[in-house]
Design a protein around this ligand. Structure first.
Ligand SMILES: [Zn+2]
Length: 191
C-alpha cells in the first residue's frame, strides 16, 4: 500500500518557492500524477543564524535516476551496503516506525536519518525524498543525511563512481541522488 502526504515546503524549489515541475536531465513533466521522481537538495547553515540556504537542488525522474545509478561501480555499491548495515546495526533499531496519525514531516526532517543529530547543529546536510505527482511518498521515507554521514559515504565510493558523479556535477550542477536504493533498504512499519 502506498502512503503519502503533500509535498512539504522543505522540498520546494528554492528559486521560485514552488514545487519542482521538470526532470533536470530529460525535462519530463513531473506532475502528471504517474511519474515517480526524486528530489535532492543540499543545504548550508550559517553560524548564529536560524537560516539555511540551498547549495544545489534538483528533481530527477525515475528513468533518469536508474540510468545514473548504473554509473555506480559494484565496489561502491557493496561498500555502501556494508556501511549502511553497520549504521543500522549500531542504532539497534532494525525497523523504522512511522505513525501516520502523528507523523510530522518537519520534525522528521529536523535531524539526520542515521545519527539523529539535529540539522541546526550542522554546517551542511542533504535532503532526499521520493515523489509521485504532487505527493511525497512515505514508503521510501524522506531523509536528512548529515554532514558526517556524507563524508563517510564519499570515502566509500570508488574512483570510477566519483568520476561518474563529477561528470554529472559538471553537467547538472550537483551529484546524482546516489544511494536511495541502499538507504531505503530499511524495513518500514506503518502504524
Ligand atoms: Zn528524466
Amino acid at each position: 500500500m502506498e502512503h503519502f502526504i503533500g509535498i512539504p515546503q522543505s522540498f520546494h524549489s528554492d528559486g521560485g518557492g514552488k514545487v519542482f515541475e521538470h526532470c533536470l536531465v530529460c525535462g519530463k513533466y513531473l506532475l502528471d500524477g504517474e511519474t515517480s521522481y526524486v528530489i535532492e537538495k543540499a543545504m548550508k547553515n550559517y553560524d548564529g543564524y536560524e537560516f539555511s540556504s540551498t547549495i544545489y537542488e534538483y528533481a530527477i525522474c525515475g528513468n533518469c535516476h536508474q540510468e545514473l545509478q548504473k554509473g555506480m561501480s559494484e565496489e561502491s555499491v557493496s561498500n555502501m551496503q556494508t556501511y549502511y548495515q553497520q549504521l543500522v546495526a549500531s542504532t539497534g533499531k532494525q525497523a523504522l516506525m512511522i505513525d501516520l496519525r502523528t507523523f510530522d514531516v518537519d520534525k522528521w526532517l529536523s535531524k539526520c536519518f542515521f545519527t539523529e543529530k539535529p540539522v541546526v547543529e550542522m554546517k551542511e546536510y542533504q535532503l532526499i525524498g521520493q515523489f509521485k505527482g504532487n505527493k511525497l511518498l512515505l514508503n521510501t521515507p524522506p531523509m536528512v543525511i548529515g554532514e558526517d554521514v556524507i563524508d563517510d559515504m564519499a570515502g566509500l565510493l570508488s574512483d570510477k563512481t566519483i568520476d561518474e558523479m563529477n561528470g554529472f556535477k559538471e553537467q547538472y550542477l550537483g551529484p546524482p541522488p546516489e544511494l536511495e536504493e541502499l538507504i531505503y533498504g530499511r524495513k518500514l512499519i506503518f502504524l
